[in-house]
Write a protein that binds this ligand. Structure first.
Ligand code: PGA
Length: 255
């Protein structure tokens, strides 16, 4: 299976020209790769100017209604019309702005119902030694995916992004590949009663949080994850391209 690498640009870069430049650099690298699925998620306004090559376009959010009086929002249908294939839902930065698990459930229903490949972000704010963070992540998944028809869940991806590992957090550090490995297993176990054995085994589970040129190889070899969601480093084309190359060439270690 191809590794999936998501570039989450967040509210960057600051203009069209720079957005195009970064995208074009990534495009050149994409042409050389066979084993990596690349998704760039720019701010909405750049979506129409970024296209082509082997890069999929993703959005960073969506609204759950199809149309109507919802000032400032964007629907799944509009995104599909703009050739968007993927959408990120429930990023910790959106949760921090007030998005609840219940709201995210509505967004997930809309995105998956529209046939978008939907990257659902989960992750605990901190690791407590009692292990309560496991229940925290489980709850995010269970509420987020409540009452979504099984047939729509085939387009789901989970991104495990512990909040403390995201590079913009003070004192952030990446999770270890061993710990991410265990979280991957735990997440699939949580998915099992929700979607059944086959889907729970086969949907992609990605890691996100301070992935960089120094730690990418270790993650691809040892975390058991199907890919990565990259924030800060995806805006530096040279670094992101190196991470993509590692995803292409790193052999998965046999455990
Ligand atoms: P980071 O961001 O790679 O800069 O830590 C990841 C994310 O927030 O999705």
């Amino acid at each position: 299976m191809k590794k999936i690498l998501i570039a989450n640009w967040k509210m960057n870069p600051q203009g069209f020209k720079e957005a195009k430049n970064i995208f074009n650099e990534i495009k050149k690298q994409a042409l050389k790769l066979k084993k990596v699925e690349i998704v760039v998620c720019p701010p909405f306004i750049y979506i129409p100017i970024l296209s082509g090559g082997k890069i999929n376009i993703g959005a960073q959010d969506i609204f759950y209604e199809n149309k109507g009086a919802f000032t400032g929002e964007i629907s799944a249908k509009m995104l599909k019309d703009a050739n968007v294939k993927y959408v990120i839902i429930g990023h910790s930065e959106r949760r921090a702005l007030g998005e609840s698990d219940e709201l995210l459930n509505k967004k997930l229903k809309a995105a998956l119902g529209a046939g978008l490949k939907t990257i659902f972000c989960v992750g605990e704010p901190e690791r407590d030694i009692e292990g309560n963070y496991l229940q925290f992540v489980k709850n995010q998944i269970e509420v987020g995916l409540k009452d979504i028809p099984r047939k729509n869940l085939k387009n789901l991806l989970i991104a495990y992004e512990p909040v403390w590992a995201i590079s913009s957090q003070p004192g952030a550090r990446a999770d270890t590949s061993e710990s991410a490995f265990r979280m991957g297993i735990y997440i699939r176990k949580t998915l099992l009663p929700i979607m059944g054995n086959v889907l729970a085994r086969n949907i992609s589970v990605l890691y996100g949080g301070s992935v960089n040129v120094q730690n990418a190889q270790d993650f691809f070899a040892n975390s058991g994850m199907d890919g990565a969601l990259v924030g800060g480093q995806s805006l530096i084309a040279k670094n992101f391209n190196q991470i993509l190359k590692f995803a292409e060439i790193t052999k998965v270690a046999k455990n």
